[in-house]
Every structure is written in C-alpha cells, then in structure tokens.
Design a protein around this ligand. Structure first.
Ligand code: UGA
Length: 450
C-alpha cells in the first residue's frame, strides 16, 4: 500500500519515519524545498533524538521518500496521513487552515479511493467536516473516507513514544477503515482502541488536558506546601505509590509549556464555551499555569525590590529538556520581565540558544557553559532541567556567583544539599533555604543603589 504523510513537523515526520521503519513505503510531503533536500540526506529539520538515523536508514533502503510534488504524491495514495499544525488563534480556538489546505489539495489530485487519516489535533467534529469537505470538492469519481488517529508522542522522546506507544487510538465510521488501519499498525504490536471519530478526537484533548490538569494541581499543592511547611517532592512520592494516581506528571515547577498543553487546554475550553458549557477544571488549569510562570520572578522582586543593573544567570531556555523548542517556554516571558526591570541577562542552554536569539536578537549575552553564565552573577534562574544544569554541583554556584542566590523553577537540587551551602535557594513547593548572611546580601543591595 502507498502511504503519504502531509506535513513534516513533529507529528508528520515522526509518523512517516516510524511507519517506514516497520516496512511501509512512505512519501512525506512538505512545501519547503530546502527542508525536503535536507531530509533526503537524513538530516531532520527538528531536533529529535534518533530521528536522523531513522530518516537516513529508511531513505537509503528505499522505503522513505520526501517530496514537494504533492500532486503526484496524492494521485495514487492508499492512505494519506495529515500531520500539519493546528496553531492557536487569538481567541484560543484551533486554526484549521493548514489542515483544510491539505484537504483541498487531496480533493483536487486524488485519482483513486483512499483513506485520509487525521493525526493533527483537531476540535471534536472536525473529521466529519473534513469528510464533507472532501465529498464536496473531490474532482474525480472516487470515494475518500476519513479516520481520526490522534498522536500521543512527546517531544524529545517522539521516536520511542511512537515505536513503543502505549496505545493507538483509531476513530472510524466503517469496518473497512478499521481493517485498513489495523493492517497499517500491525507491525507495531501495540494495543489498539477502536472508537468513532468524535470520541477519538476527544481522547486526544482529554488526555493532554488531563496531564496539564495534573501538573497545575501539583503546582497548587506545591504553593500550599510552602505555606504549611510540607515538601512537595515527598508529597508527590507519597502519592505516587497509589496506582490510581501513578508516578508520572507529578513534578511541580514553574508551569507547563510547549506546543501542546497550552494550546490544547485553551482550545478545549473555547470549544466547550462555544457549545454553551464551561469546563471549570480546564479553566482553573490554565489560570494556575499562567500564575505559576511568574512565581520565582515575584519572589526575586520581593527580595530585591528592584532588579535594575543586577546580573542574572538564566539557565535553561527550552520548554523542557531534550528539545530545542521554545514555544510557550516559561523562560520567554520571565526574561521579558527581567529585561523590563533593567536586569542584565546572561543565558545558557545546551541546544535552545539559536531559537532564543530569534525571540531576543539583542540585549542578552549568550554563553556556551553554565559556569560562564554564573560567573559573578547576582542571582540565577533555572527554567529547564537539562542534565548539563542538574549535574552542576551547588558548590559551583557558591564559588562562581557574586551572590549565590538561586531561583530553581525545576527543583533540580535537594533541599538537604542546599542547606549545606552558603547560598539562598528558592525552589517550588519546598522551604526556601536562606543561608546567605546579611553581609553577602548587602553587596547586592549596594549594587542596586548604584
Ligand atoms: C505532550 C504530551 O505529553 C504528549 O503525550 C502529546 O502527544 C503531546 O503533548 C502533543 O499533543 O503533541 P510535549 O508537549 O512534548 O508532549 O511535552 P511533555 O513532556 O508532556 O511536557 C509538557 C510540559 O509539561 C513541559 O513544559 C514540562 O516541563 C511540563 N511538565 C511535565 C511539568 O511541569 N511537570 C511534569 O510532571 C511533567
């Protein structure tokens, strides 16, 4: 069978590469010629561990190809996966322009019956709309059916998440579509949940929004832990042994980011409102996350009053480790606030610097090691728990910084270790350690007066 994948972002490219890995013949379509040439050479346009190898091997072995010639690709395809983006509109709803552009191209060029499989995250009911759209616009005398097949991969672990997925969800309206998709996924040997299209679309949003809710819940518990002298790490550990709760996504921090949770919580909330229903838990999830982002900034402001002229080491820029993606990364609005306060920013990230430069082309000093960032700094903010940062001993902060004051948004260090150092250490959901003597702090205060 001939499989075509539309879009070579995270979802499309990983889908295409992994399907070729289990033996299918796959053609990935993209509009960007340079990108297509790069992928043919086994170079992934996105930073994703293991993807380059997969592209190269399957391309060299003739199972995976890339093209900008969508007309030819769609002409005789048996299955067309749509994996293009559905970014957030200003009002929080999902923008489906890319999805419908692809659908128009399919309708105009397909010359044989085919199954269109929607992997992009789309609002409930979109697959029905797509099928109607295709029926109305199809040029040749053919049947095009639509199936929903949401994607659950996470950035940084996308290849493993796909090849060893916990489940495959397919939303279909016919036995024929079900059988075809089961055949496609046979090689993965993973549990398949079969349902109708609308339920499959909802599984995707409900899964992402539930994970976001779990994070916001833990962030609220963390904030309260600080008030009553509890330690959120121990609380999470204590909770995690209950299999009904589980041990994943209980890490408190400065809020979730990325291209999915912020977008998908807002989109589902918007969609519910549009249907006359308020999803109160999702609304609270969004609000808690927005507030959490600035928690450490507020603490820094409270401590210093003004941040003008102070040297701030920013460690970690991406929304999580293992990716160079900065979408909705808490570092971006925090750096904005620090700059607005007149602070001097020295930033370090193992892979995210080039993308961060696009957001802040000037006004920030970028360095290539955490030590360079910490040298003579008045305070440090940790926004991403990269190994390169976590593995740094607290003694390095103590030795290199002008005043070792750390605002750790990802709980990279143990409170016990912080207690043994001459540092001030603020983290999330744990008691702040204030070991710096007044003498050391007065240096910062003097700097502020100047
Ligand atoms: C997320 C989901 O995990 C995937 O299952 C889903 O397929 C994907 O969205 C998508 O819809 O495409 P991703 O955005 O790549 O994947 O990243 P996650 O690992 O889920 O992390 C999202 C954010 O939550 C990060 O900012 C991370 O730091 C934060 N997080 C995660 C926490 O603050 N605490 C946790 O315990 C876990």
């Amino acid at each position: 069978m001939k499989i075509v994948v539309a879009g070579t972002g995270y979802v499309g490219l990983v889908t295409g590469a992994c399907l070729s890995e289990i033996g299918h013949n796959v053609t990935c379509v993209d509009i960007d010629k340079n990108k297509v040439e790069m992928m043919k050479q086994g170079i992934s346009p996105i930073y994703e561990p293991g993807l380059d190898e997969l592209l190269k091997r399957n391309h060299d072995e003739g199972r995976l190809d890339f093209t900008i010639d969508y007309k030819n690709a769609y002409k005789d395809a048996d299955l067309i996966f749509i994996g293009v983006g559905t970014p957030e509109r200003e009002d929080g709803s999902a923008n489906l322009d890319y999805v419908f552009n692809v659908c128009r191209q399919i309708a105009e060029n397909a010359e044989k019956d085919c199954l269109v499989v929607v992997k992009s995250t789309v609002p409930i009911g979109t697959n029905d709309r797509i099928e109607e759209f295709l029926k109305e616009n199809v040029k040749n005398d053919i049947q095009i059916e639509v199936a929903s097949n949401p994607e659950f991969l996470a950035q940084g672990t996308a290849v493993v998440d796909t090849l060893y997925a916990k489940r495959i969800v397919i939303g279909v309206e016919s036995k024929k579509a079900e059988e075809l998709l089961k055949e496609v996924y046979e090689g993965y040997n993973q549990p398949i949940v079969v349902t109708n299209r609308r339920s499959a679309e909802m599984v995707k949003y409900a899964s992402n929004d539930f994970l976001a809710l779990k994070i916001s819940f833990m962030n609220e518990i963390a904030n309260f832990c600080e008030m009553v002298g509890a330690d959120v790490e121990d609380v999470a550990k204590g909770m995690s042994f209950d299999p009904r709760i589980g041990d994943k996504f209980l890490n408190a921090g400065i809020g979730y980011g990325g291209s999915c949770f912020p977008k998908d919580t807002k989109a589902l909330h918007w969609l519910a409102n549009d249907n006359g229903y308020e999803l109160k838990t999702i609304k609270a999830t969004i609000e808690v996350n927005e507030n959490q982002k600035y928690k450490l900034f507020r603490q820094a402001k409270n401590k210093f009053g003004s941040l003008k002229g102070l040297k701030v080491a920013v460690l970690g820029l991406t929304f999580k480790p293992g990716t160079d993606d900065l979408r909705e990364a808490p570092s971006i609005p925090n750096v904005r606030r620090l700059l607005d306060e007149g602070a001097e920013i020295i930033a370090y990230d193992p892979v995210g610097v080039e993308n961060f430069k696009k957001v802040y082309p000037s006004g920030i000093t970028y360095v290539s090691t955490p030590e360079e960032a910490l040298k003579d700094a008045d305070m440090a903010f940790i926004f991403t728990e990269w190994n390169e940062i976590k593995s740094l001993d607290l003694s390095v902060y103590e030795d290199l910084m002008y005043t070792p004051i750390i605002f750790d948004g990802r709980n990279c260090y143990k409170v016990k270790e912080a207690k043994e150092r001459q540092i001030d250490y603020y983290s999330i959901g744990r008691k702040a350690i204030l070991n710096l003597e007044e003498k050391a702090l007065s240096k910062v205060k003097t700097a502020m007066v100047i």
